[in-house]
Ligand binder design. Structure first.
Ligand code: XMP
Length: 517
């Protein structure tokens, strides 16, 4: 889905690790940014009519076989273009400059000397400033077509401007925090060079998204799967504002949910948003299928299949539905193909409803696909979702099945739910919930000996897991205060029958993972 913004920056993705960060920095400067595949044809770029273009970095060298490139015609559109790192090298390479491996690879902080401090791109910068470099190649000859604007001791051409086109390049990374004045450079590009006025705000974005959804949906019906998480909740809230009673929300109770989850979904969507909410009670079906299954992959597979089955049955009951909405975020699934302008790569392996819309013959609606998690949260608050839902930690699709190690049984799930609820409750009370990225209890399939009153017990072990992470790809175990852990442990052992021991997981990812499975 493309959203029409008066001011829009297209970011060409050449595979840089920082590409998402560039988009976020641009939005922080109140200009809408959209990441697109690097080979987007100039004709399509013209249609999208961006105010400016940023070419990202890349792990490649422009001379690598199969190195990503862009349509050279984009440089003739008269649209301001800023190439960053590889983006600058490629720009110079395509327009007649010369790129060569540097004598030394430059990686880390460097001192940038600005030769043209009066240049609009450099406005407000001191003559010398720290920048972050990460490159092997560099532009050694600007082909007489580019004016050098800045240098470092090892990189004589560290910033350039084309002499006749609105085309610029920076050899360093203005988007990272190690370039402390980088946001001034980006702001100069957006405001001084592209002429942006910075009207983009979450509020207007929400309004535009709702308008766009209204037009697309018309009088048709839409199905929205709710997972209990923030992404699907935001999608549902957007849809309800756009199409009201034409929207049917499906929430599958698979018997593997945390305590109070069905109630909180009902409270938000039935009571608050007055949505047409279908809670499907499929607990028996899931738990029967999982009986005696101990292998985690097997558990996941079974759960995935049953989910599709249950969802499909319920969706069939919703007469005349044409669309199915999903809360896919930019980092989740990056679609390739002719219809999409997005880069071609598929990342998310944990996607719960993947492939479902096509199988069921629905048209897919993904209103969040250009956004990042923190932006989705801001949108949720703007839409009036409760904070408790907006700030929820992620919860895996297979739910408590991956936290109830060994065979999944109702009795074990009940123990796990109680222990988990105590842990989360105490985190909230101690104002620690938002300090950690994800926290939960795990029930281990072992009994250990304990003593209670005069008797020996032989009961279960609960492990507590809490991590801090930005992207969930790597994570640190959270250093929660000992007094806090002690309180949680005492409460769990006192209040949850069947548990006599609590352990705290002090492993980071990697080599451990966040879930225990
Ligand atoms: P791991 O355990 O791989 O988890 O370090 C990384 C993040 O992914 C979540 N996770 C899942 N999410 N379906 C999901 O929707 C799954 O099967 C699944 N497995 C793990 C996990 O909770 C953590 O946030």
């Amino acid at each position: 889905m493309s959203i029409h913004h008066d001011e829009r920056i297209l970011i060409f993705d050449f595979g840089a690790q920082y590409v998402q960060l560039i988009a976020r920095r641009v939005r922080e400067l109140h200009v809408f940014a959209q990441i697109v595949r690097a080979d987007l044809p100039a004709s399509r770029v013209k249609e999208l009519a961006p105010t400016g273009i940023i070419l990202s970095g890349s792990p490649h060298s422009v001379y690598d076989q199969g190195a990503p490139t862009c349509d050279p015609a984009i440089f003739d559109l008269g649209i301001p273009i800023l190439g960053l790192c590889y983006g600058m090298q490629l720009t110079c390479h395509l327009l007649g400059g010369q790129v060569k491996p540097a004598k030394e690879r430059e990686f880390g902080r460097a001192h940038l000397q600005i030769q043209k401090t009066d240049h609009p791109l450099m406005a407000g910068l001191p003559q010398e400033t720290t920048v972050w470099m990460s490159h092997g190649d560099q532009v050694i000859d600007a082909g007489g077509l580019f004016t050098p604007l800045a240098s470092t001791s090892t990189c004589p051409i560290a910033a350039v401007q084309h002499q006749t086109k609105p085309v610029y390049g920076l050899q360093f990374h203005p988007e990272v925090s190690h370039t402390p004045l980088g946001s001034i450079l980006l702001k100069n590009f957006l405001y001084q060079i592209c002429g942006c006025t910075g009207q983009w705000k979450m509020q207007s974005f929400v309004r535009e998204t709702i308008d766009e959804l209204k037009t697309r949906i018309g009088n048709d019906r839409v199905i929205c799967g709710l997972s209990g998480g923030v992404d699907s909740a935001v999608v549902a809230a957007l849809l309800i504002k756009a199409a009201g009673t034409q929207v049917a929300c499906i929430f599958v109770n698979n018997g593997l949910l945390r305590a109070g989850e069905v109630e909180s979904v009902r409270e938000t969507f039935e009571n608050h948003f007055k949505a047409d909410l279908h809670v499907v009670d499929a607990r028996e079906q899931f738990l029967n299928a999982l009986k005696g299954v101990t292998d985690p992959q097997q558990k996941r597979k079974l759960i995935g299949h049953i989910f599709i089955d249950v969802f499909q049955k319920e969706a069939k009951n919703i007469q005349g539905a044409r669309f199915l909405a999903q809360g896919t975020l930019y980092p989740d699934v990056i679609e390739s193909g002719a219809a999409a302008d997005g880069p071609a790569a598929t990342i998310k392996t944990h996607h719960n409803v993947g492939g479902l819309p096509e199988q069921l013959g629905f048209e897919l609606i993904e209103p969040l696909r250009d956004l990042f998690k923190d932006e989705v949260r801001a949108m949720g608050l703007e839409l009036g979702l409760p904070e408790s839902m907006v700030w929820r930690h992620p919860f895996p699709g297979p739910g408590l099945a991956v936290r109830c190690l060994g065979a999944v049984e109702e009795a074990k799930l009940n123990i796990l739910r109680q222990a988990d609820a105590i842990f989360l409750d105490e985190l909230h009370k101690a104002h620690l919930y938002r300090e950690v990225s994800q926290a939960f209890a795990v029930l281990l399939p072992v009994q250990t000996v304990g003593v209670m009153g005069d008797g020996r017990t032989y009961d279960s072990v609960v492990a507590l897991r809490a991590v801090k992470t930005d992207d969930f790809m790597t994570a640190d175990w959270a250093h929660l205060p000992h007094e806090f852990l002690s309180k949680v442990s005492t409460r769990i052992i006192n209040e949850v029958r069947g548990v006599n021991r609590v352990a705290y997981d002090i492993s980071s990812k990697p080599p451990a993972t966040i879930e225990w499975e």
